[in-house]
Write a protein that binds this ligand. Structure first.
Ligand code: AMP
Length: 415
């Protein structure tokens, strides 16, 4: 029998309940802050990712689902959504005025990853992007949205880890100092880092190898090479986070995996599951819109993995509470027709109700209702029909009463 493709999975039941709970909470948070949703296609021309995420990044270099379509176009299934959102903003001239544009997205992403726990080849992200706002205040607003959203989900052990990766203008001086540092102890660094120091020295800072991390001890720190404006920006952001009681620490090795960040880069660390781990990351990417052919505008964003978050919710809170609907069970032909009409009326009035449509025995219908956790069974036979009532069985208590049909909507909504 066919199985789902390696690295992909079907979402249903409890896991999907958590996905929906998280998505609903996120949508409400975005709405409160005045963000609008954007949905871009899963397929993009490959250049969109090459020119943004960067050819040297693992995402583009090793993990992209790309292929030639039947019209010989080289396309890729999006590995992240920022590039697609920026492409859409430019294409639809949404950055023509200088007004801020606050956007969010929720959707599946695709990366051909090595398989490991919690990593999938199709996974989901929720993300926020703000365009045309350059101030540290706008970053504080976005981080506050994120923090309060995570708090609303019940996460409490949260901490921002922040850094400034500066601008392309102030990086050459840092690169020179960093290369000199590297050369003085190059034997201690791994082979990949020898490639990274040539292509993109910042990448050395987030090498996973413990040996390289040890060799980095005492490395030149980017924040000390910042131009005055970037330094003031960074100081102001720290001031705001302090004033807003958003716990943070500075991490001079935090550079994030993507090539397009400028100034602020951040992660959110959580110890809600014991060992400290990064829940998500983001940052400022002022150069990206121009790089993709648009106007020179400021941009800031973040994205969080929904799969990981749902797993965390499940571990913290167990099963998402489900509220199964009552079941309406008609017995016999005339009652069935009446039940369809009544159910329609009640559905239109906004009630949750499952209609038993199999037409079998009452015993079978009650067994199903019990098994699916329905709280009540509303039984409509010829006798009830004549009297304009319905027999209502409380499936947990095992008790039964009779309700006039006209009172059903009010009684159900009162429960
Ligand atoms: P990134 O785009 O790599 O910065 O990742 C942003 C978020 O997406 C993180 O919170 C990750 O947990 C999540 N994420 C990235 N790759 C995967 C994957 N292969 N499977 C599940 N979640 C992922």
């Amino acid at each position: 029998m066919a199985q789902s493709v390696k690295g992909t999975r079907d979402l249903f039941g409890n896991e999907l309940d958590w996905f929906q709970r998280i998505e609903d909470t996120a949508r409400r948070a975005f709405q409160r802050h005045g963000y609008w949703e954007i949905r871009t296609p899963i397929l993009e021309e490959i250049e969109v990712f090459k020119r943004s995420v960067g050819e040297s990044s693992d995402i583009v270099h090793k993990e992209m689902y790309d292929f030639l379509d039947k019209g010989n176009r080289h396309v890729a299934m999006r590995p992240e959504n920022t590039a697609g959102v920026v492409r859409a903003m430019i294409q639809h001239k949404l950055l023509a005025s200088s007004d801020p544009q606050l956007l969010y997205y929720i959707g599946p992403m695709f990366r051909y990853e090595r398989m490991q726990a919690g990593r999938y080849r199709q996974f989901w992200q929720i993300g926020a992007e703000s365009f045309q706002v350059a101030s540290p205040e706008s970053e504080a607003e976005s981080l506050l949205l994120l923090y309060d959203f995570l708090r609303e989900l019940g996460l409490v052990q949260l901490r921002f880890s922040i850094n400034s990766v500066g601008t392309p203008e102030c990086r050459p001086a840092f690169h020179a100092a960093f290369r000199a540092f590297f050369q003085a102890r190059e034997a201690q660094f791994c082979e990949d880092c020898h490639r990274r120091i040539q292509e993109n020295p910042l990448r050395v800072l987030d090498c996973k190898s413990p040996q390289c991390q040890a060799a980095l001890e005492g490395h030149p720190v980017l924040v000390e090479f910042l131009d005055p404006a970037s330094r003031a920006h960074h100081e102001r952001l720290k001031e705001l986070l302090t004033a807003l009681d958003l716990p943070f620490e500075e991490n001079p090795r935090l550079v994030r995996g993507l090539d397009y960040y400028t100034r602020t880069a951040f992660e959110v660390l959580s110890t809600d599951l014991g060992a400290q781990s990064a829940l998500l990351g983001g940052g400022r990417y002022d150069g990206l819109v121009k790089q993709l052919g648009g106007p020179d505008v400021a941009a800031f964003g973040w994205s969080i993995g929904l799969d990981r978050l749902a797993m965390l919710m499940q571990a913290l809170h167990g099963t998402a509470p489900r509220k199964p609907a009552p079941v309406l069970i008609p017995l016999g032909g005339p009652a069935t027709l009446k039940a369809l009409a009544l159910a329609r009326e009640w559905w239109q009035a906004g009630l949750d109700l499952i209609l038993e449509t199999r037409g079998g025995s009452l015993k079978k219908a009650l067994t199903t209702a019990n098994r699916t956790g329905a709280p009540l069974a509303l039984i409509l036979g010829d006798g009830e029909l004549e009297q304009g009532v319905v027999a209502v069985k409380d499936l947990a208590a095992g008790t039964q009463e009779t309700w006039p049909l006209a009172e059903v909507p009010a009684r159900l909504s009162a429960r």
